[in-house]
Ligand binder design. Structure first.
Ligand code: SF4
Ligand code: SF4
Length: 280
């Protein structure tokens, strides 16, 4: 099973929910897909990291063979190739590694070289297996690394995915193939705005989902009203609570100090399992 925890924007408590849910269930595979700013590990403090480099094939032009015909640049949908008067240049940052330019080059002047774009770390913390990606600084394309993190999904395990914030390509890549989506929001007009955008995306993906309201009590009834009108399940409300906020600021998953919440997250998992089973 794959449960993805997402939110329309950063700072809603999405990572807190993913970590507390994973730890409460136990024996989970927790994947941090927010490769531009991974922070699950800051709550779990893994040791004995196993790290591997992630590379992508990137074209390299043999200028000796290149006749400057321009077919590669014409083909490239991402404007990653510039054919000048004396030289053909590749802009690695814009290349999506589709391999098409190599195929269309009539002179066989394009080779592919492996270029590192980031790293993947793995570790075990108790019965939780953590995997997280770390995109190299300056690399603009996160989706390739997210796919590599998702290669670590275990088919017979409970996989909890922490998605990047927002509603752009990296989030959609993370959500794809999920059995259930948990959208975390805050009960404020900003929270409602971002939640409604996330809901529009999720509906397109046709994946069942529900909402967790974090810091319940700080704002207004807008999110609750929106969920009611749109027949969206509110799975849980986490109150704006001084102890929870303090634990969060100290980097401690709050279920570790507040065991009653471990039971609530376990109940949440049982409920999600039933919803998935019933196709709701
Ligand atoms: S591999 Fe694809 S994206 Fe990259 S430069 Fe070639 S055609 Fe463009
Ligand atoms: S298609 Fe090949 S020969 Fe033509 S400009 Fe590109 S690299 Fe050079």
């Amino acid at each position: 099973m794959i449960i993805t925890v997402a939110s329309g924007k950063g700072g809603t408590g999405k990572t807190t929910v993913a970590v507390n849910l994973a730890l409460s269930i136990g024996f989970t595979n927790l994947l941090d897909c927010d490769v531009e700013e991974p922070n699950v590990h800051t709550l779990l403090l893994p040791t004995n990291l196993q790290t591997s480099s992630v590379t992508v094939p990137t074209p390299s032009v043999d200028q000796g063979k290149c006749t400057l015909c321009g077919k590669c640049a014409e083909f490239c949908q991402f404007n990653a190739i510039f054919v000048g008067k004396t030289k053909t240049m590749i802009y690695n940052e814009m290349c999506h590694s589709c391999g098409g330019c190599k195929l269309v080059c009539p002179e066989d002047a394009i080779n592919e070289v492996e270029r590192p774009i980031g790293r993947i770390h793995q570790s075990s913390i108790g019965d939780t297996r953590l995997v997280y990606g770390e995109l190299s600084i300056g690399e603009p394309i996160a989706t390739t690394l997210i796919k590599r993190v998702k290669d670590q999904v275990k088919p017979n395990a409970i996989n909890i995915l922490d998605a990047p914030p927002g509603t752009a390509c990296p989030v959609i890549e993370t959500m794809r193939d999920s059995d259930y989506l948990v959208l975390v929001t805050e009960p404020t007009p900003f929270g409602l705005h971002d939640l409604s955008m996330a809901v529009d995306v999720v509906k397109e993906l046709n994946i069942p989902f529900g909402v967790i309201i974090n810091r319940a009590g700080i704002g207004d009834e807008g999110v609750t009203e929106y969920c009611r009108k749109n027949d969206i399940q509110i799975l849980m409300e986490i109150p704006f609570n001084r102890t929870i906020a303090e634990l969060y600021s100290r980097g401690i998953p709050f279920i570790q100090e507040m065991p009653e919440w471990r039971n609530r997250f376990n109940d949440l998992f049982v409920r999600i399992t039933e919803l998935v089973k019933n196709g709701e």
